[in-house]
Design a protein around this ligand. Structure first.
Ligand SMILES: Nc1ncnc2c1ncn2[C@@H]1O[C@H](COP(=O)(O)OP(=O)(O)OP(=O)(O)O)[C@@H](O)[C@H]1O
Length: 341
């Protein structure tokens, strides 16, 4: 690709300055503010943050899944292949969901119908979303199950969801998400309901899918371990805002935001099991509670939990700025890091 055509290449998913307001009994609440991120074709990205940081709101906004009685309004832009999802209307949106983008939910059981054999559920999607005949759809479904690392695809095809283990069910759901041949899979905490060993297998499966089919993946997680294993780039969310983003390497090895630094310290370290001289250290915890979005102050949203905050942080609203003005895409929302160090 020459430079000229590269400049004109549209991102697969481009979210720009997205703010989402919802209606609550206490009045309207801005649950997302100024969220910008992109996923390119064939890329694996991640959004990481603790509970309540706005991860689910971000995907529900992208996929326009917030119910009418909850949503007050969106502002900003959400583009898929250059098409603005905020203006295309529900009919076209339905084609995008389960078409160009498919969603893998945290709990596989919420995506599977308990009363139908899993094979039939995969075939139904193929018949609905692709030009396959019934015979082709069955063949493709068995093929997909095999690609999911399932040893006996025919037996699993004939099984009901309750007859499968949690790990197998999640593989089936991932196969279902591929049935419509999407460009992007959004995976919402896809491994958090699974045993640690199965978690690793499922993450490796996403990587395999990405390499084999070129499918882009946006993974939502509270776990930096997941980010480190699979994602090329990451956005760290806190209290409805992206507070840091960049390549996974930049963010993990050179975290700039005190929240990112604290999240990284929360990853369990098992050194003490192998090295007695290290001693048993308690797990690191970020002090304080996540912010109540109803009661925002004028400064940084992380200020009351921050280990380096000063007076300026209480008074100045930080903007997301490049760590190094001339650098690539590492950005941070912290007045103490503006302009880079
Ligand atoms: N129906 C609702 N009414 C009021 N506030 C809500 C509602 N749903 C979400 N919120 C608020 O929106 C913010 C973002 O929530 P969101 O569910 O996106 O967080 P999350 O990062 O996905 O958390 P989790 O990992 O627990 O799912 C939180 O402050 C949450 O309290």
């Amino acid at each position: 690709m020459n430079v000229q055509s590269a400049l004109h290449t549209k991102s697969l998913l481009k979210v720009e300055n997205l703010s989402t307001r919802i209606k609550t009994t206490e009045g309207s609440l801005t649950v997302l503010e100024d969220v910008s991120l992109t996923i390119e074709k064939g890329e694996i990205g991640a959004i990481v943050g603790e509970s309540g940081s706005g991860k689910s709101m971000t995907i529900n906004s992208i996929l326009q899944l917030l119910p009418k009685n909850l949503l007050e309004n969106y502002s900003g832009n959400i583009e898929v292949d250059g098409e603005n999802l905020l203006t295309i209307g529900e009919k076209k949106m339905q084609e995008i969901r389960g078409g160009k983008i498919s969603l893998v939910a945290q709990n596989a059981m919420t995506s599977l119908d308990p009363s139908y054999r899993v094979g039939k559920q995969i075939v139904e999607i193929m018949l609905d979303k692709t030009n396959s005949t019934k015979t082709q759809a069955k063949e493709k479904a068995l093929d997909l199950l095999e690609h999911m690392g399932i040893d006996e695809p025919e037996r699993i095809f004939q099984s009901f969801p309750h007859q499968l283990s949690g790990g197998l069910r999640q593989r089936v759901v991932i196969a279902m998400s591929l049935a419509c041949e999407p460009d992007l899979i959004i995976a919402d905490e896809p491994t958090s309901a699974l045993d640690p060993t199965v978690q690793l297998q499922v993450l490796d499966l996403f990587q395999k899918i990405n390499r084999k089919f070129g499918t882009a993946i946006l993974i939502i997680t509270h776990d930096f371990g997941v980010v480190a294993r699979i994602a090329e780039k990451v956005a760290v969310m806190y209290a409805g805002q992206i507070v840091e983003k960049g390549t996974t390497e930049e963010v993990i090895f050179n975290p700039k935001h005190p929240y990112t630094q604290s999240l990284l310290k929360c990853i369990p370290n098992l050194d003490w099991i192998f090295d007695e001289s290290v001693g048993k250290k308690p797990l690191f915890q970020i002090k304080g509670e996540p912010l109540n979005l109803m009661h925002l102050s004028e400064g940084c949203r992380f200020v009351n939990r921050c280990h380096v905050a000063n007076d300026m942080c209480h008074k100045t609203k930080p903007l997301l700025k490049k760590v190094k003005p001339t650098g690539l895409n590492h950005s941070v929302r912290c007045v103490l890091n503006e302009g880079g160090k």
